[in-house]
Every structure is written in C-alpha cells, then in structure tokens.
Design a protein around this ligand. Structure first.
Ligand SMILES: Nc1ncnc2c1ncn2[C@@H]1O[C@H](COP(=O)(O)OP(=O)(O)OP(=O)(O)O)[C@@H](O)[C@H]1O
Ligand SMILES: [Mg+2]
Length: 294
C-alpha cells in the first residue's frame, strides 16, 4: 500500500498519525510517572509530617519538663534548704534546657526562611580550618562519651573563602554531630579539609557508622525527615539539621553531597567555592598536613 502513488500521498498523514499516537503514549507514560512520583512524594511528606509532630513534641517536652521540674524545686528552696551546689546544678540544667529550646526554635525559623527564599548570609573572608577546629573541639566531649574516635586533618595553607562564619559553624556542627550520633562505640569520625585545584575548599566528614540505604538517604535530606523516625527512635533531634546544612552550603554557592552504605558508614562532602577576592595563597605548597585526634 505504501509503495503506490496513493500510499505515498497518504504517507505524511499516516506518519502524522503514528507520531500523534506515539506522542499520546509518551504523554500518558509521563503523566503516569509524574503521578507515581507525586504519590510517593506525598506519602513521604505525610510520613515525615506525622513523625515530625511526634518527635517535635518529644524535643519540646523533654527540656520543658526539665525547666518545670527544677524551677519548682528552686521555688521550694526555703522549705528544702538546698545546698548551694545543688542550686547551681539546677540552674545549669534549666539554662541548658532553655538553650536547647532556643536552638530548636532557631532551626524552625531557619528552614522557614530558607524555604521562603528570605535567608541572607553575612558573608566575609574567613579561614575554614579555624571554624572546623572550633566545631571539632566543641564536639570532643560528645565523641568521648560515645567512645568514637574523632580526627581532624587540614593542610596548613588552606585558602580563604567568602562565607558566613556562624552559619558554616552550624553546618559543620550538625554534620560532625550526626556522624558521632550515628556511629556506634569503637568507630571513628574523620573531618578532613582539602584544598582544591580551583582554590576552593572541600570538607569531608566521614564516619564508620550505621550508614543509610538510598531510600533512607532520601528521607534524611527531607525537612523533618529522620530515618527510623518512629516512637522507638533513641537519638535526639528534629530532622532539620541536614536540609538546613544543604541549603546553607548552596547559598554559599557550594554543594553538599552524601554517599552512604548501610552498615558501613557515611561520607558527607561539602565543596565551597574560592574567596571572591582574588590572589590569595595561590602559590602555596599543598603538602603540609595538620592532624588532630581526640
Ligand atoms: N552520618 C549519618 N549516619 C547515618 N544516618 C544519618 C547520618 N546523618 C544523618 N543521618 C540520618 O538523617 C536524619 C536527618 O539528619 P538531620 O541532621 O537532618 O536531623 P537530626 O540529626 O535527626 O536532628 P537535628 O540535626 O535537627 O538535631 C537523621 O535523623 C539520621 O536518621
Ligand atoms: Mg543532625
């Protein structure tokens, strides 16, 4: 049929028909795939939302109980004749609990500002290894208590970067505390700082901990998402740290990538661009290494 003259004349319309059928099929397939993705996303969002409400009330209840309980004891000071040391200890516990509540509130404000595109950075020229060594020192005790070895390796000649010191400290504190929190005793966490050939800086936080499957990783990076976020969860947190860290790194023009293997460990890599000002440290030697282990 297609071989005769009539067929030739009809060929374009037949081709059009095939094309439109094929187009419809592709469209149907795309719609189905999009619907499937939207359904999975909605299910994930709904699971994350209910786990968030449960976790959040735990995150708020625990410190609020501390504030209520110990402040009540202090109001009974006259009657109980508490020793000075005990009064000081109760005040410290109340202070720590209030600080924790403040940090939960700050995280919620951060994520909502990030999501509405209203977050701004106070960017200056900074040295990243000072920030990192402050984070590592601040988490030494946590690592000791968890019996996790904490190592810090950085070259002496790290280039400067342009960034918000307070926010980058928040990023690395969360990444390193996650690594410690999700590494069983006897394991190790390594924080390594590398100078890239483009004069940017890469920070890697590697642990030998419980790791995540690709599905768990997708949950971890979702705001409020926590792997094993149910009632039996034994680790504290709101599930905001990672999405905030990722968004803050991206606001710096950088990238945060996570690779993880269930049962083997997690490797979080943060790439930050070089300082916007030119000519720093460009010719320095890259070989010197400074190491710190707790
Ligand atoms: N290094 C890691 N190893 C294994 N699981 C991790 C690691 N880092 C994060 N996760 C998983 O990702 C989840 C989300 O991490 P994220 O930092 O956002 O929240 P969080 O630590 O639970 O709470 P927050 O940081 O808000 O106090 C964690 O609850 C955990 O399940
Ligand atoms: Mg965290």
């Amino acid at each position: 049929m297609l071989g005769n003259g009539l067929g030739k004349n009809k060929q374009p319309s037949l081709m059009n028909e095939y094309a439109s059928l094929l187009g419809d099929a592709v469209l149907r397939h795309r719609t189905r795939t999009a619907e499937h993705a939207a359904r999975i996303e909605a299910e994930l969002a709904s699971r994350v939302k209910s786990e968030f409400i449960a976790n959040m009330s735990h995150e708020l209840r625990t410190p609020l109980n501390t504030v209520m309980g110990f402040s009540k004891l202090l109001t009974e000071h006259e009657k109980r004749k508490l020793p000075d040391a005990e009064v000081v200890e109760y005040a410290r516990l109340i202070h720590d609990a209030a600080r924790h509540l403040l940090s939960v509130r700050d995280d919620i404000l951060d994520i909502s500002k990030i999501q509405s595109g209203k977050f701004t950075l106070d960017a200056r020229e900074i040295v990243l290894d000072e920030i990192l060594s402050a984070c590592v020192s601040g988490l030494k005790l946590m690592a000791q208590e968890a019996q996790v070895e904490l190592r810090f390796v950085a070259p002496y000649d790290l280039p400067h970067i342009t960034g918000d010191a307070v926010k980058l400290r928040q990023v690395f504190t969360n990444l390193i505390s996650n690594a410690i929190k999700f590494t069983p005793g006897g394991g190790s966490v390594t924080v390594e700082c590398l100078r890239r050939s483009d004069n940017g800086t890469t920070v890697r936080v590697r642990d030998t901990g419980i790791g995540m499957t690709p599905e768990e990783l997708a949950v971890a990076i979702t705001p409020f998402g926590q792997v094993d976020g149910g009632k039996n969860r034994w680790r504290e947190g709101t599930g905001l740290g990672l999405p905030i860290a990722k968004a803050l790194v991206e606001l710096h023009g950088g990238a945060l990538t996570i690779t993880s293997m269930k049962g083997k460990g997690t490797d979080v890599s943060v790439d930050l661009p070089p300082a916007t000002a030119s000519g720093q440290d460009a010719d320095a030697d890259h070989t010197d290494q400074r190491a710190f282990a707790q």
